[in-house]
Design a protein around this ligand. Sequence first.
Ligand code: MLT
Ligand code: ZN
Length: 477
Amino acid sequence: MTCVPDATFLALLARRLGPKGFTADPRALAPWLTDWRGRVAGQASALLSPATTDEVADIVRLAAEARVAIVPQGGNTSMVAGAVPPAEGGALLLSLRRMNAIRSVSADDNVAVVEAGVILATLHEAAEQVGRRFPLSLAAKGSATIGGLISTNAGGTQVLRFGAMRALVLGVEAVLPSGDRFDGLSALRKDNRGYDLRQLLVGAEGTLGIVTAASLRLVPAVGRRAVAWIGLDRPADALRLLRQLEEATGEAIETFELLPRVALDLVLAHVPGTRAPLAGSHPWYVLLEATAPAALPDPADSLSGVLAGAIESGAINDTAIAASEAQADALWRLRETVPEAERADGPAVKHDISVPVSATPDFLATAISAVERQFAGTRVFAFGHLGDGNIHFNVRPPEGADRPDWIARHGAAVSCLVHDLVGRQGGSISAEHGIGQIRLAEFARTADPTRLALLRAIKGALDPHGIMNPGKLIPAE
Ligand code: MLT
Ligand code: ZN
């Protein structure tokens, strides 16, 4: 049970952090109390913006003594309201946005050491300056912060080749719920001193401590890239094509994204300046990217051979390979603006599921027909990271329905059906967005009791008073 901070406690924090680091002004707090999709709203007693790890440690030590809850926040782009404070108020909102230093970037070590508040796009630029790149990207790259990406174990569009955030974090500096500092930044490639403590903090959604900085893996810069847009009939054809392309190009394929016809239609309708890359319309599309360092052969050569063969054999219907960087960017824009177009279209019942990659086509066929049969008039909008078996399986309410009202009445039942089908495939109800607040009930319903018991045991050991980001990730007993 946490406590509401009194005026003396808040005054103590205000003195320690100064005017740049403390505000209790409701107008300054307001933009940070709601998730970006506007689905969940909370309350907080103050917004704290520390500039150093020492300041974070002081805040947490004081909060631990007073049993006051802390909600860490980065860019507040969570898809599951993981950074929105509880509605009952009393928590301190702790923004990492002022901790935005790039401490070092080493091309020799292939490592960047950055603070939690660094924006993903800024890290991309810093790596580029030394001839390297940070190989994780997503639509929110202009506002998502490194701390948030670590805390949610973010995925994105290059997981196929480089893994999710977990695979890219070499070290972590964090403040634990006691206020103690965990200094784990050394980016050793080998370190066998027991449990992997840094990985405990990746994907922990701020429930085990506050990530203040991280050492991140860099890879060689892209020398050449080939980007293609493909029209085809079935997800199974797409998956067969991916395996063929991998055989032909080695590890060059790093993006393999699946979109239904409706996704392209919505993007063309809602996003200015976009246009259809192929002459006809197709049930499904794939956006793929293959890259290689400058010294290696152009991946476009093997790509075009395989794609030409696939058209000839009828495995795919049509394709457009970008002939310039501008065309490549235009194809990427069609994929990256899907969430924006979907938002403009109106609310839907959203899911972020994963199943074994080979099971994805069957899952899609079964789940789409089950949902549309059981919930008459609904239309499934399923898109995402086919190469990772990760689908954003979104269900649009029937045409003409009051969407928020329909979702309030049927959303839980839709999710139940979708997640039960995911469970039958041995899949996960959260592939890359986390549990936050939005998936909490379904996590509690579907999770194996041993998994929940382990999560609770770890949480209890590190945060015995439950002050760190309460109400997220760990279902109440
Ligand atoms: C994406 O893949 O575009 C993101 O995860 C966002 C979303 O699910 O809407
Ligand atoms: Zn995604």
